[in-house]
Design a protein around this ligand. Structure first.
Ligand code: FES
Length: 161
């Protein structure tokens, strides 16, 4: 197995586990720690986590496949998330998503997150970001953007270095 967890991360994970009455209860926190370090959760990471928590890999894999915030593939440096729930859909979210995809050379009709070849941007739809009155709404990593016109979208991409 080529997957290696650095000693400081493993120490952090060991400490995390002590916060829970049973090892399994720490699963999500351990996965978050791994994703924060590696950027995504590989099959090897699933196996490592299962071993660490004395579980079967399927017990960890079912979490990774259930929660959309847990990533099963490497993401771009800038993750563009466009809300597509009703208010945003009516406010132009699909056109906004298409605009990003066209600008970045991605396929607007492909299923799931699309990442540019240089690994700089990932574009994807997400569900309601809880600001339905200011549609269309989107995020770039942890930054929130409201009432995003195509011109504003271009500005936002231009600021991503
Ligand atoms: S529908 Fe987009 S923020 Fe709620």
């Amino acid at each position: 197995m080529s997957f290696t967890v650095p000693a400081n991360l493993e120490a952090e994970i060991d400490k995390l586990i002590t916060h829970y009455p049973v090892k399994r209860a720490a699963s999500l926190m351990v996965l978050h720690a791994i994703q924060e370090h590696f950027g995504w959760i590989s099959q090897e990471a699933v196996e490592w986590t299962a071993k660490k928590l004395e579980l079967q890999p399927i017990n960890v894999y079912e979490l990774v496949t259930f929660y959309p915030m847990l990533r099963q593939q490497p993401m771009g440096k800038y993750q563009i998330k466009v809300c597509r729930t009703l208010s945003c859909a009516l406010g132009g979210a699909y056109e906004l998503h298409k605009h990003f995809c066209e600008k970045l050379g991605l396929d607007a009709h492909a299923h799931g997150p699309q990442t540019t070849k240089d690994g700089k941007f990932t574009v994807e739809f997400v569900e309601c970001l809880a600001s339905c009155g200011t549609a269309p709404v989107m995020m770039v990593n942890d930054d929130f953007h409201e009432a995003v016109s195509h011109a504003k979208a271009d500005e936002i991409v231009g600021r991503c270095k």
